[in-house]
Design a protein around this ligand. Structure first.
Ligand code: NDP
Ligand code: 8X3
Length: 251
């Protein structure tokens, strides 16, 4: 029987590539996001291309009732979740902390921190019941360092870093692996969402080769392939042309 992975934020970028990587490796997939049409089109394509089954769940991860109803709507056989990829997330704005907007702060905290907690709260008991599972949290270089105008986004990713460590401790008796994958710059819709401007977003990746979402998907799958007794706790993955949060070699 195929294993099951639930990937949040699968309508785009890292989540979407991760869905293709797990599908290639015969996982059945629960894919989530708010954009229903995209999710259904991706689900159809994965089913046609890889002969796996996909269960799309459309919800806003910031709303616990929606998250709860969605997970409870899964048929029993779909609740045997082997891998949870906590990927849905975003940055909103790039402003000094004194100029930052409350609306942007709330979007980031509600999505990146509370959303990750909401979906985990629904899935952890299912894993505990089966005494197995693997949770992969997508952190960021922004969860390891703080950079100018990164303030609240960096704080949310530092929270992901802390929650990953906390999960590893509290889930220890339940045989559940917990891994953080923390990327540097990856070219996705991330900067379009952050800056609200496609031209400005394009410039973020000019003059060097950023990571591609497939690079992260590859590693995300790799960490699930290790023997039962081996867990990768934390991986910081950068473009070769990026040394840390702020230093790039651009030509
Ligand atoms: P994208 O914008 O391409 O993808 C973000 C995904 O998150 C989308 O599928 C989106 O789905 C989903 N999402 C956002 N808000 C919500 C919400 N409220 N409810 C449900 N789903 C939501 O960006 P990336 O692929 O780059 O981002 C994925 C993760 O990687 C994020 O956690 C990001 O912080 C992290 N990251 C990104 C880096 C980068 O440079 N790109 C580097 C390091 C980490 P929809 O809009 O359909 O709801
Ligand atoms: C996204 C990468 O450097 O913009 O997490 O914070 S960065």
């Amino acid at each position: 029987m195929n294993k099951i992975a639930l990937i949040t934020g699968a309508t785009s970028g890292i989540g979407k590539s991760t869905a293709y990587k797990f599908a290639e490796n015969n996982y059945n997939l629960i894919l989530t996001g708010r954009r229903k049409e995209r999710l259904e089109q991706i689900a159809q394509d994965l089913q046609n291309s890889y002969g796996i089954q996909v269960f799309p769940l459309v919800f806003d991860i910031r709303n616990f009732e929606e998250v709860k109803n969605a997970v409870e709507s899964l048929p029993q056989e779909w609740k045997q979740i082997d891998v949870l990829v906590n990927n849905a997330g975003l940055a909103a704005g790039l402003e000094t902390i004194q100029e930052g907007s409350l609306d942007n702060w709330e979007r980031m905290i509600d999505t990146n921190v509370k959303g990750l907690l909401y979906i985990s709260k629904m899935i952890m008991p299912l894993m505990i019941n089966r005494n197995k599972g693997h949770i992969i949290n997508i952190g960021s270089i922004a969860g390891k360092e703080v950079y100018p105008k990164g303030n609240v986004y960096c704080a949310t990713k530092h929270a992901v870093d802390a929650l990953t460590k906390a999960m590893r401790i509290d889930l220890l008796p339940h045989n559940i692996k917990v891994t953080q994958i923390a990327p540097g710059a990856v070219e996705t819709e991330f900067s379009i969402v952050r800056l609200g401007d496609e031209e400005a977003a394009k410039k973020v990746y000019e003059g060097y080769e950023p990571l591609h979402p497939e690079d992260i998907a590859e590693v995300c799958y790799y960490v699930t392939t290790l023997p039962k007794h081996v867990n990768i706790n934390d991986l910081l993955i950068m473009p070769t042309a990026q040394a840390n949060a702020t230093q790039f070699h651009k030509v």
